[in-house]
Structure formats: C-alpha cells, structure tokens
Design a protein around this ligand. Sequence first.
Ligand SMILES: [Zn+2]
Length: 484
Amino acid sequence: MTEASVSLRHDLLIRGGTVIDGTRAPRFLADVAVQDGRISAIGDLTGHSAGQEIDARGRIVAPGFIDSHTHDDQALLSQPLMPFKVSQGVTTVIAGNCGISAAPLRPDMDLPMPLNLIDVPANERFTRFADYLDALRQQPATLNVAAMVGHSTLRAVTMSELDREATPQEIAAMQALVEEAMEAGAIGLSTGTFYPPAVKATTEEIIEVCRPLTARQALYVTHMRDESDQVMQALEETFRIGRELDVPVVVSHHKVQNRPNFGKSQVTLPFIRETMQRQRVCLDCYPYTAGSTMIRADRGMLEGRALIAESLPHPECAGRELDDIARDWGVDRAEAARRLQPGSAIYFLMDEGDVQRILAFEDTMIGSDGIPVGSKPHPRLWGTFPRVLGHYSRDVGLFPLETAVWKMSGLTARNFGLEDRGTLAPGKHADIVVFDAATIRDAADYADPTRPAEGIDAVFVNGRLSWQAGAHTGARAGQVITRA
Ligand SMILES: [Zn+2]
C-alpha cells in the first residue's frame, strides 16, 4: 500500500460540518477524519473514504466537552455509561473535587458528610489511589477521566478526629499519600475547607500536605473556605497557597452567595484578574443561580429557597421544598434540615448578574459540579453544557459560540494539562461532539432534572461513537488521563 492510499482511508469521516476547533478561532467548513482514536485529517477530504461516515452538514463539529468540575469518581465505576454527561457532549471529566476523592479510603471506615455524597455502598473501596485508577482502566467508562486526590478524604483516612488541625505526624502521613497519588497519576489535589471535615485545617496544614505538588507542577484546586461574606479573604488564602507551593490554583465553582454579597463579583473578578498577572490562577463556574450540596442547617444556607435533592432518612422528600416539609412537620427550617440529614439539597443563593459576569469572565471554564446520585439532582448534572451553548451564548448573547466552546474544551485542557485534548487538529485524540447550534438547549430543570439535553447529534470518545440521536451506543472507550 502506498503512503497516499493510507492517508485517504480512515476509520471515521465527519463530512460537511462547521468546525469550531476549541481555540476560539472563527468557525470554518471542513471534513474531519479519524484513524486509530486520533484525528487524522481536517479539511476538504473529497476522495477520502472511511468505514463510518457521518453527515454533519448544517451542524457544528467541536472538541468533546471537558467537565472541569465533577463528583463522578464513583459514578464512573457504578454508572459507567455516564448518560448524564455524554448526552451533553461531555467526553472527559475531572474528578476528585471539593476535597472528596474515591481513594485512598479504608474498607471499614465510616465516611462523614460530605464524603459520603459520592460513596456507593456496593462499590469497592480503594486503599491506594493507584488501585482506583487501575479499576477505571479495567472497567472503562464511556468518558475519559483525570482524577485528583481530596484533602478531606486524606484527613478522614489519616486522623482520628476531624474537628482539629492535623499534627506534624498526620501531615507527614498525608504527604506520603499525596506522593502515592501523584506517582499513580493524580493531576492535582483538591480541598474543601468549606466543609466540616476540613474546616479546622489551617492554611499551613494545607501548604505542608500539598508539598509533593510542587515538583510535579500538579494543580491545587479548591472549594474555598467561604463563598459569601469572607470570599475575598478566601481568595487571598487560595492565592497564598498557590504562591508558597509555586503551583497553579483553580478556584472551583466561583460564586458570591447570600443577598448582601450580590454584585460582589465586580470585586472578586478584578482581584482574580490582577493576581493572574503574577501567578497561575484558573476558575470555573456552573450556569445556574442555585447551588447544591450536603443538607445543612446553618443560617447562611437557609436564607433562600431550598429544594431537597436526596435524603437518606426521608427518601420520600426528594424534590420537595424545605419550607413545605417544615410546615408539614410543624418545625422550623433548621430542625427540618437536621431531620433530613444526611442528604443533599439545592440552595437558591446567587444573583443572576453575578452568574453572568463570572461566566463571561475571559478565563472562566465551565464545570457542572453535578452530583450523580438520587432521583432529583440539581439540573446542572444533565444540563450544564447545552445551557451555556443554547441559553447563555445563543439566546442571552453573553459570548460567541466559539468562546463558549473554548471555555469547555481548549481552555480546560490547557489549564488541567490534558495533553492532546480539547482542540480539533490532526494528531489530537478524537473526542468530538456534533451539535445543532440553532436547537441545542438544556431540557433538565428543577422540576424535571434528568431530561437529556436537545440538539446533540453525535458524541465520539477516542474515535468511538458513544451517543447518537438521543441514545447511548453502549461504547465504553474512556481512558484514564494521567500527568505526563
Ligand atoms: Zn464544591
């Protein structure tokens, strides 16, 4: 076979689409060819042929979306088809956020909230991070994953009680576990100092535990101590940790919540912008004015409307308003919340103006923060990416489609160091989504949160067709992405 004839024959040809390549460059008409899981050619491929051809005329062909912020650690194993993500065009997820990871854990330990949010009892517990990644390799999911180790998980597995700062011995033990996770291929470490298991961790504890990140230039990713009245101090702490370790930091799901703080993104974003001149800072955001987290009974979280997503003692309350439950029970909201624990809830605590400002900020990546458990999850689990493309880019006009795609592909791959992903070019991994820019929209809402998005034609993961015309193909071609 001559070389010319090799290059004319491919596994897959996506014909006649409009390519948005994930770099923010203007769209262009081109055919896209795939061979052995990589993009083999882009351009006018008349005369080329392939075993599988897709007609993409009138459609956008873009890099598969990268969900920068997920809690899919266990779902990748327990729900490996990941319909809630692949149906949106997502091809890669970043797991291990907010201080919570699937490893390392002991088989016999009890998990405090919110560590139990992602734990599936039927699933295996992993004592080493390497065992978790090996399990993902042996039972691949539909999507690619890059995983981080969680600081709260490290505390839970290392410390006898969590309501205090770690001792030097415990810090050394956690450091060794971070080293093991990095060695295995973790791309970074996340903290969740907002949550009880890590509230008592000092800045110094975090810096010392994170020491192994520096040599590998792994990421420090954080659900900050405060996203409300003290958000500026929380940003300062985050940046200080990044500076002392000399590693990139990611401010997770940036927001300013509670009514007195509405509009404060006009202060946080310039501070982030200014800090970016001196050190590496990234941030992500989900496109909703409600958050979702473990059920809490503290005053700040009970300020606005609250919807119960899941309650272990009261599963019948899923989907109900906290107010209605409290009235039926004849108790106040805080008492009702306590009785509903453990579980998760949806809290309406943000301002639409802040959400739009943060989404539109040039360097903001899109991350869902979806929690893949229960029957009434926050709609971001099924709707985040089409909501940004349809509602915020097309309908609201917040930014061009090329920018929207970049915020969920090229920018994210660059920030997380995902080699050869996030853009469409010859030689890159063939993670590709084909969608209709005119009709794409999120169908999931608070009342009906598990409706798949509309307007996604086809999703390819490492060259394998995984979702087409509203149905999963059963493909499980996901790979574990580790640091080079
Ligand atoms: Zn979080």
